[in-house]
Write a protein that binds this ligand. Structure first.
Ligand code: 5GP
Ligand code: MG
Length: 178
């Protein structure tokens, strides 16, 4: 294994169990409605792919992309939205799906952009939420649903990268030496 892949934090089995719970919970929450899941690329795509298959109910998918990290350094947030996103989310229940809530800046930016498009309702789901001191958070509020709370360490795998690598690890690991 590459030395960049450190201790396994959450195994593939643990992830699968929690994703099944989240799928069932959200299916109940949205029973009788057809939400639009807006996934924040690229980190959330592995989670999204498992989540939608654990969610027995009608839903639609849209994608936005946000880039906020240069390696492990936090930077600004750059958002790219598809041109027709407005017509897809206006008047609809929307669930933003992201990989990890760190400072909260990314989710806040995405939610601001989506709110401007007039969804009927806007909620947020993240696989991971880092435990940070309150002064380190930049987003107000917190995600509506969280898969796992984790310590403040840089993690890779299950969609999360380090310089573009390791998204395809089936588990979540700490970056070696981090
Ligand atoms: P925030 O804007 O909440 O500070 O950071 C959220 C984004 O930063 C995530 O969507 C993810 O792309 C990236 N990020 C934050 N923490 C980590 C981490 O521990 N590992 C990886 N690979 N990306 C992270
Ligand atoms: Mg991201």
């Amino acid at each position: 294994m590459a030395p960049e892949v450190g201790e396994i934090l959450i195994s593939a089995q643990e992830i699968a169990g929690r994703v099944r719970e989240l799928g069932a919970l959200l299916a109940r929450e949205y029973a009788g409605r057809e939400p639009v899941l807006v996934a924040v690329m690229k980190g959330s795509v592995v989670f999204l792919a498992d989540l939608v298959r654990a969610w027995p109910g009608p839903l639609d998918l849209e994608f936005v992309s946000a880039e906020s990290y240069q390696g492990t350094q936090a930077g600004g947030v750059r958002l790219v939205l598809p041109q027709d996103l407005g017509s897809r989310v206006a008047g609809q229940p929307v669930v933003v799906v992201d990989d990890i809530y760190d400072t909260g800046a990314t989710l806040e930016h995405v939610c601001e952009a989506l709110r401007a498009l007039g969804p009927a309702d806007l909620r947020t789901l993240v696989l991971l939420r880092k435990r940070l001191p309150p002064e380190a958070r930049r987003g107000r509020g917190r995600p509506d649903w969280v898969g796992f709370e984790i310590e403040n360490r840089f993690v890779i795998g299950y969609g999360l990268d380090y310089h573009g690598r390791y998204r395809n690890l089936p588990y979540l690991a700490v970056l070696g030496g981090a």
